[in-house]
Design a protein around this ligand. Structure first.
Ligand code: G3H
Length: 258
């Protein structure tokens, strides 16, 4: 089974809608048809930028996907400040990040909530990019695999194989996020393989073979290639480097690097 690599740029709380337009334009000019055929490229801007990104991508027919960084588990109602899957679907989003460690940490998101958000995403035909990964102390105690797989089990609780088959899982060790401390290619492969094995147990070998597993944490043009050479790593969830158009373009066309 061939899995088309996915390079997804999680902008986090950066860039106004005007800056978003400039970045997406620059990104599109930096990538050719061949790059965008080999690798799927997606941007994940703040909610306030999505309409502008949608309009630009649609008007100029860029082969770049886009999505959001979070969604509510609810469809509508009195949830001040929240954004529903229905709203994101109407904006043409393909992806939505669920369970990012910054949401887990700063907004106390639990595995149960993450599972509910995944179901909300599928209800509105959005593809979740589920984030899992361990904090530093857990890695130091060598419990990183069991910790990350427990998050995976919790997030997928009650999810059927038909939907799980299209999920994207991003392994993001918390100690490598925004720290410049990148996991080694072997670290990324170890966890990606463990995640795939768990998917095979939970669902089937076929489902596991088709799911794309990304690595995230201080990915840059200079370190992406050996990570992408790992057999179970199918892309990257890029934070800081994704808001610099030239750098993200170099990451997306890593296959051209010597
Ligand atoms: O979602 C992206 C990750 O949190 C990685 O962020 P970073 O590339 O800035 O370390």
């Amino acid at each position: 089974m061939t899995r088309r690599p996915l390079m997804a740029g999680n902008w986090k709380m950066n860039l106004t809608h005007l800056e978003a337009i400039a970045l997406v334009q620059k990104l599109a000019f930096s990538l050719n048809d061949d790059d965008l055929e080999k690798v799927e490229v997606a941007v994940l801007p703040p909610f306030t930028d999505i309409r502008s990104v949608q309009t630009l991508i649609d008007a100029d027919r860029y082969n770049i996907a886009y999505g959001a960084q979070d969604l509510s588990q609810h469809d509508s109602g009195a949830y001040t400040g929240d954004i529903s899957g229905a709203m994101l679907a109407k904006l043409g989003c393909t992806y939505v990040v669920v369970g990012h460690s910054e949401r887990r940490e700063y907004h106390a998101e639990t595995d149960e909530l993450v599972a509910a958000k995944i179901k909300a995403a599928y209800k509105h035909e959005l593809t979740p990019i589920l984030c899992v990964g361990e904090p530093l102390e857990v890695r130091q105690e060598n419990r990183h695999v069991e910790h990350t797989l427990a998050q995976l089990d919790g997030a997928l609780d009650g999810l059927g194989a038909a939907q799980a088959a299209s999920i994207v899982v991003a392994y993001e060790p918390v100690w490598a996020i925004g720290t410049g401390e990148v996991a080694t290619p072997d670290d990324a492969q170890e966890m990606a393989a463990a995640i795939r094995e768990r998917l095979a147990k939970l669902y089937s070998a076929e489902v596991a073979a088709g799911v794309r597993i990304l690595y995230g944490g201080s990915v840059k043009a200079a370190n992406v290639k050996p990570i992408m050479e790992q057999p179970d790593v199918d892309g990257a969830l890029v934070g800081g480097a994704s808001i610099v158009a030239d750098e993200f373009a170099l990451i997306a066309r890593y296959h051209r690097n010597p």
